[in-house]
Design a protein around this ligand. Structure first.
Ligand SMILES: C[S@@+](CC[C@H](N)C(=O)[O-])C[C@H]1O[C@@H](n2cnc3c(N)ncnc32)[C@H](O)[C@@H]1O
Length: 321
């Protein structure tokens, strides 16, 4: 890896700090160590930056794109794009490619599901743990779809500042809702933000459950099951427990887990898919179905000359009220 100091000679101290954080976040995908720093006190979520950088790299590297996001580069900022362009080969390492395939799959799948429920009349979209998600800024349904971006207050404040910096306006259809899933009542915060409990909603919750306590995960799922009307739906991803993983996957995940813990955002919750599907039914969901790499590769990555594929043990769950 190129030492960052050489490339950073011409940038300010704060840009340098920011870039070093970005590199630490990139370590999620390619095995580099990083100093400790958690979300909070006006800090961004570094895992959110990491996933956004993978989506940005996807726009530059992969053809055809699986997740077409014209805002993916803009949202990460010109300086990060410049660094990304200088370091693109890192994103072509096998582990980074597999990670990128997973991240674009879950983003594409959620928006495919949203398109389907929109056709059936759903007009509210809640993006939980939104990070640098850009749907709200390229919303193809315009003012017909109300969007609620929910995120940790610090991470959201940081995103708001980035949007301002990039000249990206907050559309009238978007409401930002600051929520710490471990501390705040999601239902009350959404109600205050104008969410209508009497109308169906679509919820995406991508890349978040593994960072929360099991109680916080269940509380949020309970909110959807019990407070959202019939026809509402949630899509979320989750990671499998250690005993469901093959030995090589367990070792590789333990290494990645140690690195995200160093970033201050440790993975703390894992779920068995069948048991989770049972729990979702018990919470009141009428249907729960999950899929993983095999199904996703068939749906989104078949017949590609570049052989981009999702490898790994994460799962994506869809649950309907
Ligand atoms: C890996 S990022 C995923 C972001 C985005 N969903 C994506 O796919 O790019 C994790 C997100 O979870 C949010 N998060 C983590 N812990 C949280 C908490 N306790 N309350 C609210 N949000 C939290 C972070 O702020 C961050 O936006």
């Amino acid at each position: 890896m190129t030492p960052p100091s050489k490339e950073l000679a011409d940038v300010s101290a704060s840009e340098r700090r920011d870039f070093l954080r970005g590199l630490s976040a990139f370590a999620l995908g390619c095995g580099l160590a990083a100093p400790s720093r958690a979300i909070g006190e006006g800090k961004p979520s570094r895992t959110a930056i990491a996933t956004a950088l993978h989506r940005a790299a996807h726009q530059l590297l992969d053809r055809p794109v699986v997740f077409d996001d014209p805002y993916a580069l803009r949202i990460v900022g010109a300086e990060r794009v410049r660094r990304l362009a200088l370091n693109l080969e890192r994103y072509q390492a096998p582990r980074a490619r597999a990670m990128r395939a997973f991240l674009v799959t879950r983003a594409r799948y959620a928006e495919d599901q949203l398109a389907r429920v929109y056709q059936h009349g759903t007009r509210q979209y809640i993006i939980l743990g939104a990070g640098l998600d850009t749907f709200a800024y390229r919303n193809p349904y315009g003012s017909a779809l109300r969007v609620f971006e929910v995120d940790h207050p610090s991470a959201q404040a940081w995103k708001r500042a980035r949007l301002r910096e990039q000249g990206i306006d907050l559309p009238r259809s978007l409401t930002l809702v600051p929520v710490d899933f471990e501390k705040h009542a999601l239902a009350a915060r959404l109600r205050q933000a104008g969410f209508r409990h009497t109308a169906p909603c679509f919820v995406s919750w991508l890349g978040v459950t593994m960072y929360l306590t099991r109680d916080a995960v269940m509380q949020t799922l309970r909110f959807v099951a019990r407070s959202c009307v019939r026809g509402s739906e949630i899509v979320f991803d989750f990671s499998l427990p250690d005993d469901a993983l093959a030995e090589t996957e367990r070792v590789s995940r333990a290494q990645r887990a140690a690195r995200v813990a160093e970033l201050g955002e440790p993975w703390i919750s894992h779920f068995d898919p069948a048991a989770l599907a049972g729990e979702l039914k018990a919470l009141g969901f009428s249907e729960a179905e999950h899929f993983g790499a095999n199904e996703a590769n068939q749906r989104y990555f078949s017949n590609r000359a570049d052989h981009l594929r999702w490898r790994g043990s994460a799962r994506i769950m869809t649950a309907r009220v």
